[in-house]
Write a protein that binds this ligand. Structure first.
Ligand code: URA
Ligand code: SF4
Length: 195
């Protein structure tokens, strides 16, 4: 029986994303990118949408931004098999344009189901498009690196690795913010223990 938002489990979400035609992005994609990683992860990373390489391979963050993400994960003694990585939209917008509101809305049930099934301690937003969904009205330049509590979720907005990759100042800021993830998880554990 369907369980969460009409999905049986996390792989059911992925299977439906693979064949989804809910928005026009399905017409121009090579492969949709459901996301991947550890279904029991404490941390869920949410990027914006697949780019050229992700569309080609059907996997999230496999280009240069992904390499940088891998390096930052390693810097806190994690790798991508221990976390879960997905995106706001699961298909590549043509020419890497910003996803449109209708596309984001059409794709949202997949992300919502992934959040319910994974039940992460912390959602890390990679970039402002992802942050805008969880923390509407905030400015990434003002809140990056600061965890926020929304409903049952703790949200950490970070700069997008692709934006930070070729900008020295932003790159260091992102690496510093990223380095605080273990301490933020510890803090969340303490808050949960007190409940
Ligand atoms: N940028 C994103 O936002 N997501 C990816 O999967 C790759 C690059
Ligand atoms: Fe479906 Fe999302 Fe792809 Fe649109 S972007 S076709 S809603 S999986």
């Amino acid at each position: 029986m369907p369980d969460v938002l009409g999905f049986n489990d996390l792989s059911d979400v992925a299977n439906q994303v693979r064949v989804c035609e809910r928005c026009p992005l399905h017409r121009t994609r090579l492969n949709s990118v459901p996301g991947e990683g550890n279904p029991q992860s404490e941390i869920l990373f949410v990027g914006e949408g697949p780019g050229f390489n992700e569309d080609k391979l059907g996997r999230p963050f496999v280009g240069n931004a992904g390499k940088f993400l891998d390096e930052m994960l390693n810097s806190i003694n994690l790798d991508r098999t221990q976390v879960f990585i997905t995106n706001i939209v699961k298909c590549r917008p043509p020419e890497n344009r910003d996803p449109e509101d209708e596309e984001k809305a059409a794709c949202l049930p997949y992300l919502e189901a992934q959040i319910k099934f994974i039940n992460p301690k912390l959602i890390v937003c990679l970039g402002r498009h992802s942050m805008n969904y969880f923390l509407p009205g905030f400015k990434i330049s003002e809140v990056h690196g600061q965890p926020k509590h929304r409903g049952d979720l703790y949200i950490l907005p970070l700069y997008h690795p692709a934006a930070a990759l070729h900008n020295g100042g932003l790159r260091q800021t992102l690496m510093d913010d990223f380095g605080r993830i273990p301490a933020i998880i510890k803090k969340i554990d303490q808050l949960i223990d007190k409940k």
